[in-house]
Ligand binder design. Sequence first.
Ligand code: DGT
Length: 218
Amino acid sequence: MSGSNSKPFTVLVEGNIGSGKTTFLEHFQQFEDITLLTEPVEEWRNLRGWNLLDLMYKDPVKWAMPFQSYVTMTMLDMHRRPTATPVKLMERSLFSARYCFVEHMMRNGTLHPAQFAVLDEWFRFIHREIPIDVDLIVYLKTTPLVVHERIKKRARSEEQCVPLSYIEELHKLHEDWLVNRTFAECPAPVLMIDADLDLSQITEEYKKSEHQILRRAV
Ligand code: DGT
């Protein structure tokens, strides 16, 4: 059991857009001794009144670089945030920002190779100089078609034009990173969860992960 002076057991929740990461975190609200850090999307939607997420979707060539730069800062802030509880559950990470989103923008040419180089150097510098502790990754695995339907239904204004092909490409990058381990470093063991199930059934699936996530707290 972790004491207040020791590091928390840190769990990253990863998965495609619309895979249910927020719902997963909400499931763990019922437990004490756990800190939940949801993704700072609202900060991305309102930086001094500017909606960087919207700008990035509307004009990616111009805004991908500043958007990803801000994502890096907000994610680093979450990784570094002191936690008084023995378990810390965090939605996404510096790793998925780099290995999924930035990787995709580099491969499809949205980021100029020089812009990619700057973001990659930042990532490497942070990785080298600042301890980023990760003990477990929960991968909410989904089928692209299923999450695409969910994204359309939830109708987040910025995401209205997200094509299925983008979701498929992000899916492949998550798989290559977390399952196939073909191109990027995976910083912790991966617990895979079937996240295609709809809300009425997913709680049972989430429960299966409680033991692994809470073991330090119980
Ligand atoms: P959930 O609860 O699984 O439905 O999670 P979402 O879809 O609320 O959260 P997420 O992180 O999959 O996506 C939030 C939005 O921000 C989505 O439009 C994709 C975008 N996004 C998140 N992280 C990055 C990033 O590093 N780069 C880019 N380009 N977009 C990102």
